[in-house]
Design a protein around this ligand. Sequence first.
Ligand SMILES: NC(=O)c1ccc[n+]([C@@H]2O[C@H](COP(=O)([O-])OP(=O)(O)OC[C@H]3O[C@@H](n4cnc5c(N)ncnc54)[C@H](OP(=O)(O)O)[C@@H]3O)[C@@H](O)[C@H]2O)c1
Length: 349
Amino acid sequence: MERIPVAIIAATGSVGQRFVQLLDGHPWFEVVALTGSDGRVGQSYAETHWVLTDPMPEYARNLPVVPSTPEAANAPIVFSALPSKYATEIEANFARAGVGVFTNAGAYRRDPTVPILVPEVNAEQLALLPTQRKEKGWPGFIITNPNCTSMGMTVALKALDDAFGVRRAFSVSLQAISGAGYPGVASLDILDNVIPFIDGEEEKVEWEPRKMIGKVVDGTLQLANFQLSVHTNRVAVSDGHTVCLSVEFDREPSPAEAVEVLADYQAPESARDLPFTPRPVIFVHPDQDRPQPRLDRMTGKGMTTVVGRVRPDPLFHLKMVVLSHNTIRGAAGGSIYNAEVCVREGLIK
Ligand SMILES: NC(=O)c1ccc[n+]([C@@H]2O[C@H](COP(=O)([O-])OP(=O)(O)OC[C@H]3O[C@@H](n4cnc5c(N)ncnc54)[C@H](OP(=O)(O)O)[C@@H]3O)[C@@H](O)[C@H]2O)c1
């Protein structure tokens, strides 16, 4: 098939660079434009301070940095890595111009007409798009990713909720430095240290999984009715967010039953067999000291949620450890997977 032109908005930052890397050679999408802030416009993308370990792809070296406008991007799909404070206005401009926007910014996550899409969890929430288009008057649309810490734990909670009914959960995160963007946290703050505060993060992680696991009834989203208590911490890990999770259920499973449900969990039909479908969706690591970010974050090319240490919890029913790659599954790779589902569903004109 002829590849669909796509643009990366805010292509110069930590998540923008992941998009540039992951879209290199994508079978369906061809990157035709890279945007940056006003100060970067007109420069060659090759001048970007590249922070990934693989070299900058050749196609990107040859593109100029252009403004973040629909005219300059000139593509029916854009992938946005904008900071939230700029995303509200810029992403709406694209949707108003008929573009499908797949964003990592938090600006629209609380909007009841905007899906926080994780295809293996809630592909059916694409049913919100007609309501979004009608209410906003946009011929295009906006679909968001979750916050990167919500990602892995929501995949695990969804599998467990379907089987046993989640009543409430408690979690403690150990979040990688790359989650704060580039240059992110100062090295003198994070080396030999744990920072027990990430501004606004706990509120996001206590709410977003309830939206993602919620149901769309007559075009309106109803939040899942379980409760979450969340602690978030920054640790000296480069990539990969770890979440220690305790869960209470409506029907208490044994650890072995929970492991079977997690390992067997499948994406719905519409989200299977796409280029970025996680293979497997969840990997349950059998070793007692896993998952570990350095060893396990690239499972399934960084798209798989890795779970381990599923065991009884004396206060809740079960506890476990969940790992997800924050800039791949929790950001750029997640958006690309979302766009693939929308192309398959015929939502891109
Ligand atoms: N890092 C993660 O793990 C992660 C995960 C999920 C979601 N997110 C979200 O993804 C977004 C990007 O995060 P990040 O970690 O990539 O941050 P980052 O490294 O700070 O990059 C943000 C980039 O945005 C660019 N920018 C600023 N204003 C712009 C404009 N008007 N037009 C175009 N580009 C503009 C800046 O580029 P210049 O070089 O042009 O100044 C900067 O490089 C944020 O909303 C963040 O919350 C991040």
